[in-house]
Design a binder for this molecule. Structure first.
Ligand SMILES: [Zn+2]
Length: 331
């Protein structure tokens, strides 16, 4: 008997942006058992299959074209079992396999083991919107690793999660709405597809699932598109200047985010805080125009001066953080 109970059939081919997001998200630290459980439930539910061999022995298998997803499944399995699988070493880079008691243990911890020894659709571990934020984030990360893809933001803003059943899609919608996002839901063949189309919403989700660098790629695309529109209006900016302006704006935003996540923007003097806020609100504006959004207006060189101060501050804050933060504990 070989019961394939829940396969995620034919995910859209991984483009390089999806692969990068998965690579990054799968490197997020596994901080606690609660999160490992939530993430593994989602990953297994979206991407794993159960099988029985001739002796009726159970095996749990995560097979994915994403090497990152497979690696992550193995790491989560180790976290949940507290050791390597037994027998060890039988699975290659394209699959993670657990047999017998290991499979049973992982499935039951994740709330995925039904009466028949099959995936229990009705019992899936379900982090509700009331559950801990760490676990909700982990569940979404596992979902993206197991059934998600994202388009290259330079071409299109599109991130989707594909489920083969209604129930999982419903959980995703609920969790995404809990993050104040507005997911859309469509049917594609026998699948339910939950997707996001706005750059800001995709950026938010990428941060939540532990892919802040990929999030910056979305921000950069947004800045670039905004600036290109500006350039179409003011034709005296050639493409080399456009590239420079995009680089500068992305650099400002990175610096502002570092300050926001360490000292906090509230720690800045008014002039710098207002400048930072204006930059975040208008990543696409050239400095001269950005300065005109402030009251009173500030000239181009004044804006340049203020943003450089913020960048220098971010550099020193980032340096301190590396010294004082020994990294997140792993289990
Ligand atoms: Zn947790």
């Amino acid at each position: 008997m070989n019961d394939k109970v829940n396969v995620n059939p034919e995910p859209r081919p991984n483009n390089s942006f999806s692969a990068r997001v998965k690579e990054e998200a799968s490197s997020a630290p596994i901080k606690s058992v609660c999160c490992a459980t939530a993430e593994m439930s989602a990953l297994a539910y979206a991407a794993a299959t159960l099988a029985y061999d001739e002796d009726n022995a159970l095996s749990l298998r995560v097979v994915s074209r994403s090497a990152s997803a497979v690696r992550r499944a193995k790491a989560l399995g180790r976290a949940l079992l507290g050791r390597e699988p037994v027998p060890a070493g039988q699975a290659g880079a394209s699959e993670a396999v657990w047999d017998g008691d290991d499979a049973r243990r992982i499935l039951s911890v994740c709330g995925l083991l039904g009466d028949q020894g099959w995936f229990a659709v009705s019992d899936v571990e379900r982090p509700t919107v009331g559950a801990k934020p760490c676990c909700r984030a982990a569940f979404l990360r596992g979902s993206f690793l197991g059934g998600g893809s994202a388009a290259d933001p330079a071409k299109e803003y599109h991130l989707e999660l594909v489920a083969s059943d209604e129930r999982l899609a419903g959980i995703w919608v609920e969790l995404l709405e809990g993050l104040r996002l507005t997911p859309r839901l469509v049917s594609r063949k026998n699948q339910r597809v939950v997707y996001l189309k706005e750059a800001e919403q995709i950026a938010t989700l990428l941060t939540v699932i532990g892919a802040p660098t990929s999030r910056l790629a979305v921000e950069d695309a947004r800045i670039f598109k905004g600036m290109r529109n500006q350039v179409n209006r003011a034709t005296n900016c050639d493409s080399a200047n456009l590239d420079k302006a995009v680089d500068a704006s992305s650099r400002h935003i990175r610096a502002i985010e570092i300050v926001a996540s360490t000292a906090g923007l509230g720690a800045l003097p008014d002039s710098l805080r207002e400048t930072a806020q204006a930059r975040l609100n208008h990543p696409e504006l050239p400095l001269a125009e950005l300065g005109r959004t402030l009251i009173p207006a500030v000239g181009k060189s004044g804006m340049n001066h203020r943003l450089r101060k913020i960048e220098r501050l971010a550099e020193s804050l980032a340096a301190k953080k590396i010294v004082h933060d020994p990294g997140s504990p792993r289990i």
